[in-house]
Design a protein around this ligand. Structure first.
Ligand SMILES: [Zn+2]
Length: 138
């Protein structure tokens, strides 16, 4: 029986759904799917300049597991760079620390801090979309 993968903790969802290539016209690119935990390793290691030890603690995984996720992430980003492919942030084995939502009206992202959310705290509009569910979808 395959070992069940433990979910990796993600602090904040990505602010965008992915990246699109520039300079290729009229051709639909074969996109690269970057899992949310792969995105998180790049954010923590390359953007926040953490050590792999620090990032592993935050994501609640072992250091070797963190390294494996990071190598896969870099490989995907390199493939997109070199081959000119779009990157979509989606799926993976992860959970958010808290429930995250996005307002369909003003596009604000916010978390619920344990409270039930029905309206956007910025513009009061409803409905709000669960980002947790959005990023889980394949
Ligand atoms: Zn709003």
């Amino acid at each position: 029986m395959p070992r069940k993968k433990r979910n990796r903790r993600i602090q904040v969802p990505p602010v965008i759904k992915g990246l699109s290539v520039y300079g290729i016209r009229g051709r639909k690119t074969n996109e690269v799917i970057l899992h949310i935990e792969e995105y998180e390793t790049i954010r923590l290691l390359d953007y926040q300049n953490m050590t792999q030890e620090e990032a592993a603690v935050l994501m609640d995984v072992s250091r070797p597991t963190l390294t494996r996720i990071y190598e896969e992430a870099r490989n995907k980003v390199a493939t997109a760079f070199v081959e000119g492919r779009d990157i979509i942030f989606r799926g993976g084995d992860f959970y958010f620390d808290t429930n995250w939502y996005k307002c369909g009206s003003c596009q604000a992202s916010f978390s619920d801090y344990g409270e039930t959310v029905t309206n956007c705290p910025v513009c009061q509009a409803e409905p709000v979309v669960s980002l947790n569910e959005f990023y889980k979808s394949k």
